[in-house]
Design a protein around this ligand. Structure first.
Ligand code: GUN
Length: 282
């Protein structure tokens, strides 16, 4: 039976440490501030954003959510970003993705001041991360790396398989594992033989968003299995990509859904906001 990687507990520990940083900043009259831009009414995005807002409230960080209608135009979004870039009370800017289809996402992301880019999606920050000089890292992969560290899962020389090639999770996850010394394979929806790749993985990170994709027969005995998927089952429950009940008997370590990667993403967002605050104000 695998060790269950408790993302909720670890995120609590990280947030506890961040409270100390926040207190020190406030003693110097620096009050960390996060702006979240939510355009449209994607139900999942609404939940993610409200969780981010709650975490800021819990830790005493100033946060403001800008809710824009789904018919908002490019100029409105760009003007808001410009305003937030110039707002000294705001240290972190997060534009929740996906944006409505008619908005050019790339243009919006590139408009964010890289110093305030707490998602680490701006090309300057992506470049720094790729070349191993990152200051901040995208929240979900950063959360995964924290989990591997906390549970002393070796990365150097290990075979890591990442499923998913998104800019939010798959690609930065692969870069971070590579920079940490793993041999990395990135699989995606067009991969010919997913099972053959997974079977070789010492570390398997699934960010496919497909319930039931990862079954026990695909797992190498003792592997670390990190489930980034958030899916809804037929009976309305939140489930990951991994068949947790069966895979846990083969894996060496495994993250549950919920209570695994999700809370870590939020903790990393707060961490990045504090880091951005320090970069901008100290
Ligand atoms: N949509 C899904 N995950 C994320 C994330 O980590 N950041 C942003 N901005 N949008 C997302």
């Amino acid at each position: 039976m695998a060790c269950i990687i408790d993302g909720k507990a670890l995120s609590g520990k990280i947030k506890k440490n961040l409270r100390v940083d926040i207190k020190e900043l406030k003693e110097r009259n620096v009050f960390p501030g996060l702006a979240v831009v939510l355009a449209g009414d994607d139900p999942a995005s609404k939940i993610y954003v409200s969780n981010k807002e709650k975490a800021c409230q819990e830790l005493g960080i100033h946060s403001k959510v800008y809710r824009l209608n789904s018919d908002t135009n490019q100029a409105e979004v760009m003007n808001l970003i410009e305003k937030l870039n110039n707002d000294s009370k705001i240290h972190g800017i997060l534009v929740q993705l996906p944006l409505p289809g008619h908005i050019v996402e790339k243009e919006v992301i590139e408009a964010i001041d890289p110093k305030k880019d707490v998602d680490c999606f701006h090309p300057e920050n992506v470049g720094r991360m790729l070349s191993g000089n990152g200051r901040m890292f995208p929240c979900t992969p950063a959360g995964v790396m924290e989990m591997l560290k906390e549970y002393e899962i070796e990365i150097v020389g290990k075979d890591a398989v990442v499923i998913g090639k998104s800019n939010i999770v798959g690609k930065p996850m692969a870069a971070m594992l590579l920079n940490a010394g793993a041999t990395v394979t990135v699989c995606h929806s067009r991969t010919k033989d997913l099972k053959a790749h997974c079977e070789k993985a010492d570390i398997l990170v699934s960010a496919a968003g497909k319930a039931g994709l990862i079954t026990a027969d695909m797992i190498k005995s003792g592997a670390a299995v990190i489930d980034v998927g958030i899916n809804r089952s037929e009976d309305g429950k939140i489930i990951g990509d991994v068949d947790f009940e069966k895979v846990k008997d083969v894996a060496g370590a495994i993250t549950p859904v919920p209570g695994g990667v999700g809370p870590m993403t939020i903790a990393m967002l707060v961490k990045n906001t504090i880091l951005a605050t320090k970069i901008l104000s100290l």
